[in-house]
Design a protein around this ligand. Sequence first.
Ligand SMILES: Nc1nc2c(c(=O)[nH]1)N[C@H]1C(S)=C(S)[C@@H](COP(=O)(O)OP(=O)(O)OC[C@H]3O[C@@H](n4cnc5c(N)ncnc54)[C@H](O)[C@@H]3O)O[C@H]1N2
Ligand code: MOO
Length: 417
Amino acid sequence: MTVTDRLLPPTQAIEIILREVRRLPVEVVPLAEAGDRVLAEPLVADQDLPPFPAATMDGFAVIHDDTSPWREIIADQFAGQVVDVEVTPGTAARITTGAPLPRGADAVVPVERTEVRDDHVIILQDDVRPGENVRPVGADLRRGEVLIPAGTVIGPAEIGLLASLGRAQVAVSRRPRVSVLSTGDELVDPDQEPGPGQIRDSNRFSLVVAARRAGADVVWSGRGPDDAESLRRVLLERCAESDVVLTSGGVSVGEKDLITRILDDIGTVHFRRLFMKPGKPFHFASVGQAYVFGLPGNPVSAIVGFEILVATALRAMTGQQPVLPRPVTVVLEHDVESGDRIEYQRGVVWADGEGVLRARNTGSQSSARLMSLIGANAFLLIPPRDRLYRAGERVRAIIREPIEGQPEGDGGWEPGG
Ligand SMILES: Nc1nc2c(c(=O)[nH]1)N[C@H]1C(S)=C(S)[C@@H](COP(=O)(O)OP(=O)(O)OC[C@H]3O[C@@H](n4cnc5c(N)ncnc54)[C@H](O)[C@@H]3O)O[C@H]1N2
Ligand code: MOO
């Protein structure tokens, strides 16, 4: 047995992956194409926002401690323009939300608390505080402030900030180029009727979607040829054109486990087997400039292996933060049996009325049962031990989809309710 044949704990496997993978180059893209990409440089404010004190209500710009019984309306100050007037005691300017406060004024009284008579306004509000209904300069952001750290995925708010600061071009990490290759003589395409002993190839489709969701550019996907020589050729060709190649199947110890043999021959294998269920046979190798992840053929093993290990590698390659998921603690709803490796049980986690995270698994945890992943928003981490994990016990979980509240009870959506 070589070093790479021992069952490696997933944490050690991740350390090896993080040590091996290199950062992808940075590219500059137009703002409109920056969504869902990983920001390569921190966004630092080069100006104050708002750049002028702005009204937050439609009303009248006034001097807060002006005691005049009524005030002359000296201007209409709309958003998007600047009227050059000065509010002095006994005067006020009509103002709309977002408009700059005229010189001299230090508060805005909403129109509902005023009465307009011809060219005069009477302020009905007794006590006007300085700064009331005014967004001061720099209230939203201050020049020099780091607004978004490098490594953030650009979503609606991030792209909005980039736009409001005038960043028409954005430095982002290049998307990893990924190829997906299903292997196995028993596979047929989804539109084909499987013959005796055959099954439909599902991993190719699962891994393409998983890779896209993880921000990759899937440049190729297909089924591998049956014979070793052609498979080796396809693999070499994919490695030459990809940053990452994902294979599924052919990595256990069977006679026909070709991927194991080919990777030994064409690359450097960093590890082959994990102390993890699902996902015991799991190869990680470098072939030229590419990284190959030889995922197990079992459909659940392939998806879990992708999410726990491959997605981590892709984040490291693009500099996405955080690189590692941050597990939460959940309370088991039912007894759970452990196995001989750390189990990544597919589960449902929800927050109960007290905000405690509770969890159940999704039934049979067979590596072939894709249904164990349907509706699963978490992996429940179950290390091996000689006695049951009991209902009410705490275990760690990795969250993969949003957590919701309790499905029944006072359920309805009420703000603050
Ligand atoms: N003697 C041993 N046998 C096995 C071991 C072991 O340690 N010693 N490990 C088992 C574990 S755990 C797993 S997981 C599987 C992984 O095997 P392979 O990666 O070599 O995968 P295959 O044998 O090719 O296939 C396994 C299973 O998955 C189905 N499959 C394969 N490809 C696809 C696909 N693209 N779409 C859908 N389903 C696929 C295949 O038909 C098999 O049923 O090895 C165990 N054996
Ligand atoms: O590791 Mo296999 O994925 O246990 O079934």
